[in-house]
Ligand binder design. Sequence first.
Ligand code: 5GP
Ligand code: MG
Length: 178
Amino acid sequence: MKRIKLLDKEFALSIPASDIKKAVWTVAQKLNHDLKDADPLIVCILNGSFMFAADLMKLIEFPCQVSFVKLASYEGTASTGTVKELIGFNETIEGRTIILLEDIIDSGITVSICVDMLAQMKAKEVVVATLLFKPEALRKNIKIDYAGIEIPNDFIVGYGLDYNGYGRNLPDIYSVIQ
Ligand code: 5GP
Ligand code: MG
């Protein structure tokens, strides 16, 4: 099994790029089917989702717009349980269908806060799409409309996800070796 080292930690290959590609394609097909007439605003949660967003957008076949928000709940390999808003919502949200895009849903705190904020801004409808989902880590009662791959409750890096800023460039996803 391929291994890599980032800072002080070792990681083993967990999801190869070919499997990520299939999962992104599957999410895109479902969105293409379900939201073709919704004229949605796609809201990507930075930083982690930039790679998923870029690959997914190229497979979307209906008219849509894209925007970015930046929140932070992770420090090192553990969720802090609170979320900081670093870049806020700029576009008009009122009356719009929003596709909220996450790289990974862990505790669900980030998505839950975003959904609440979008509801306050009177979004018509919010659908949540995530590439990765850790069902065992979920602590919030949220509706996840599209989840690419379910994974165990391990810390992962690659394909946009980082360990203290490193590893986002990796095309495959790696899991930390305990
Ligand atoms: P949540 O708010 O659901 O607990 O966490 C969401 C955010 O934490 C994700 O968008 C992601 O940025 C980060 N995160 C959650 N799990 C992992 C992980 O295993 N690895 C990395 N690098 N980031 C994660
Ligand atoms: Mg994220």
